[in-house]
Design a protein around this ligand. Structure first.
Ligand code: SF4
Ligand code: MG
Length: 327
């Protein structure tokens, strides 16, 4: 069977200016990335801010076009699908429930909008659908006449979830859906997303900078660093035995007393590199505790491992850094 959603050898390059007088420079947000989202799974996509994960989400949603490579839905090029029909099947939930809800519209108007866009039902049935959906996401029917400003962050994210699910999509692309929320509210929203997935048989791409948040839901995990997926594995394998030094560092940072803060600089020695001027060879080498001479000279290639891959010289039998620890 075809994967539901797939990107194949996608590169995305932007032209950016740093300062008014500066010449525009190319910024490669994604570099020859392939990834597929299979029906029914929760694929966690993890990486620090600036690694390209939101760009990947936008490309999957058709909001941005790849510079090279292709996006396939059920094995067919994205461009060959009817956009409106596609929006019924693939819905986003974004990070910031403060800016993604129109402040001048009532909750009833916001949640019913997709039904009106897609011409589903009459006014009475749309109203009933909103009532039902609010109940599903744990909001009382009386909030229908409220406005976003009258609600808490957690309630607003429930509204955003209701709006995404009201047209019964198959795939939901969640881009940092809990990152703007208080820690106490985050787990409520994660539990809700897990319940909804089981209830409606949804497929999620779940994007986060926080490996702990991803561990909560993901069945498979892809780890991104500077526009590359450096490790991909079943969630159990990845959390039990992270292979890539970057995944190991991310996991360690999750276990520090202050989870949710991303990777502390103390853990990795220095800040995230500027994507305009990426390090040579393996882009992780300036921060990698296991780097050898080959790492700054030559970029590692993806090596198949378990159900996924890892991109690191330590795992490539052809590399001088190969460590045969009988894995
Ligand atoms: Fe570290 Fe080298 Fe592996 Fe990159 S290739 S993660 S620098 S050991
Ligand atoms: Mg982002």
């Amino acid at each position: 069977a075809h994967p539901t959603l797939e990107i194949r050898n996608v590169t995305k390059t932007y032209s950016v200016k740093q300062g008014l007088m500066a010449k525009p420079k190319p910024l490669t947000a994604l570099r020859d990335v392939s990834l597929s989202l299979r029906k029914g799974e929760v694929l966690g996509l993890v990486g620090e801010s600036g690694c390209g994960k939101s760009t990947l989400a936008k490309i999957l949603l058709g909001l941005e076009a790849p510079t090279e490579g292709e996006v396939l839905v059920d094995g067919q090029a994205l461009g060959s699908h009817d956009r409106l029909a596609l929006a019924r099947r693939i819905q986003p939930i974004f990070q910031d429930p403060y800016s993604s809800l129109n402040p001048r519209k009532s909750i009833a108007d916001i949640v019913s909008l997709p039904l009106r866009i897609h011409g589903i039902g009459d006014a009475a049935s749309q109203k009933q659908a909103v009532r039902d959906m609010l109940d599903v996401v744990g909001l009382p029917a009386r909030v229908m006449n409220s406005y976003p400003s009258q609600m808490s962050g957690g309630q607003r994210q429930r509204v955003a979830i209701a709006r995404a699910l009201i047209i019964k999509p198959e795939v939901v692309i969640c881009d940092e859906p809990t990152s703007a929320l208080d820690v106490s509210v985050q787990s409520q929203i994660l539990n809700l997303l897990g319940d909804l997935r089981r209830e409606f048989g949804l497929t999620y791409l779940f994007i986060s900078h926080n490996l702990a948040v991803v561990e909560h839901l993901a069945t498979r995990v892809a780890v991104m660093y500077l526009g590359r997926i450096v490790e991909e594995a079943e969630a159990g394998d990845l959390f039990d035995a992270p292979a890539h030094p970057y995944t190991q560092a991310l996991l360690k940072s999750v276990l520090t007393p202050e989870p949710g803060l991303g990777v502390p600089d103390t853990q990795l020695g220095m800040a995230y590199p500027n994507p305009i001027d990426p390090p040579s060879g393996c882009a992780f080498h300036p921060r990698c505790p296991k780097a050898g001479p080959v790492c700054s000279a030559t970029a590692p290639v993806p090596v198949p491992m378990r159900e996924g891959h890892v991109e690191c010289h330590l795992f490539d039998p052809k590399s001088p850094l190969y460590e045969d620890t009988s894995r």
